[in-house]
Design a protein. Sequence first.
Length: 382
Amino acid sequence: MAAQVKESVDTYGRHLPITSMVMFGGVGIEPQVKALRKPVDILVATPGRLLDHVGQRNVDLAGVEILVLDEADRMLDMGFIRDIRKVLALLPRQRQNLLFSATFSDEIRQLADGLLHQPGYVEVARRNTTTELVDQSVHLVPQKHKRHLLSHLIRNRQWFQVLVFTRTKHGANRLAEQLAREGIGAAAIHGNKSQGARTRALADFKSGKLQVLVATDIAARGLDIDQLPQVVNFELPNVPEDYVHRIGRTGRAGAKGAAVSLVDREEMKHLAAIERLTRQKIARVEAEGFVAPVGEPAEPAHEARPQRRARDGQPRRTPERPHKPRKATAPAPRHPERPRSDERTRGGNEQRRPEAAGNAPPRRARDKQRPALFAPRQPGTR
């Protein structure tokens, strides 16, 4: 997203005497350090990499006049709020703050009020709404048949550029591999991919070399694909606001688009939450000519998080062990209690009781015996 914002700055400021640069993680820091040696008018940065440069004293934020937070609701949630507060502490007190987002919950609004001074609100549309230019529909289909239905829709409806959203990174990789095996050009893009791999996949998708781009919600914000005709929710998001950002990748700049959601029975609660948020009923439709395969193994309805990986790259599986009843065993014999020795007390004449035959000597008896400080007094002596 930062790279795309930088491209927009270059496009709109082509005939203006301004300089700009972009910085983000996942790439080498030295080219960014060299670029910071020259004056910069507009700096597009991610919070983490910006703080890295601040720590190395490569950038000074004391002269900032305007602060812009794009996707402000994500920037101010629990994942980024600490970095944002650190950045705000480095800025001058007198500045202009601009926050942009397509969705804005009441909790984020309260948090923004604590960071800003008497902010004003500008809404170009009703909050948490979807554009009327996007045709939305739902296909009710079991999880194990979703992949087959997606392939059917791509071929029969002749979709040549499709952005597909999954809930997890592992699910994105698996779906892209399955589509590629069926002859549909596909690639996955998510946070675990390197910056170079993400850039190449996005460039191939924009140019038409890739027919399908499978992404997680991290790509739902900021992806600007000109005239993108089709978005597919392979799995509904857990957060209803993410649905608005997903389908917002199509129907941009006055163009029409379509958003199709493949919904399993266990995802109906997510669908109801989305409809409550957007205040609209999404049409349920049937896929013409689709016949579900027989004997297909069942797949999980959703993945809360990817499984931990084993050394061979496969998901770790812990087999269930059969329950075995414990055998009744006799209690272990207890050691006979030994009277406390008075050898270390002056005037004591009791000897340590020998251990019972057949029992192992106590641990202290195996150690080297220390000489007593005072030998026991013999009878008849003074």
